[in-house]
Design a protein around this ligand. Sequence first.
Ligand code: CA
Length: 224
Amino acid sequence: MRVLLVEDDEPVAESLRRGLRRYGFEVDWVATGRDALAAGPTDLVLLDLGLPDTDGLDVCRELRARGDVPIIVISARSDETDRVVGLELGADDYVTKPFGVREVIARIRAVMRRVKPQEKADSGPERYGRVAVDRKAARAFLDAAEVPLTPKEYDLLAFLTEEPGALMSREQIMEAVWDANWFGPTKTLDVHVAALRRKFAGAIAIETVRGVGFRLVVVEDAQP
Ligand code: CA
């Protein structure tokens, strides 16, 4: 599913884009109202109201005038009137900053269920040797069996499998998976890495790179 993200705040956009990708969404990112209105077809619009060139509410009105693409308004404004006006202009839902990626995903799914109840599952799980990650359902499998994971274990696995073989620093991982800039000890990360190593033993290796971070390596299946 393709999401058009209209957001001029780069760190917010970057973290949303990464979070949405982790759950299997394709994200097109634009930073202005003009680019939003010039963008190609999309399945859903995440629309920030405070844009540099135009009021997000005008973008909302224009998008709605053109068709019925689902629109979720995102805004730093806590003003109730924005919410009401946004919904009156045809937005399908509304989230207020600060929000977590998980909350946005939940809103997207709720809106998609309402507008497109028969949406059929595409792509399916992505495979990494014996491991499969179903980013739509947020589930993981070893061989054919589902591996029970806590939400953070899933997020960590989904993040590390985005780029198998790549070295990820502890800071990158903490920021992406725990939605936090992390300056203190990262013991909780080690605990989660240990859990994934145990649960996927023999299928993936998570190598420690001392003083830097971790690297996920897919163990190739020896069987033909
Ligand atoms: Ca903004």
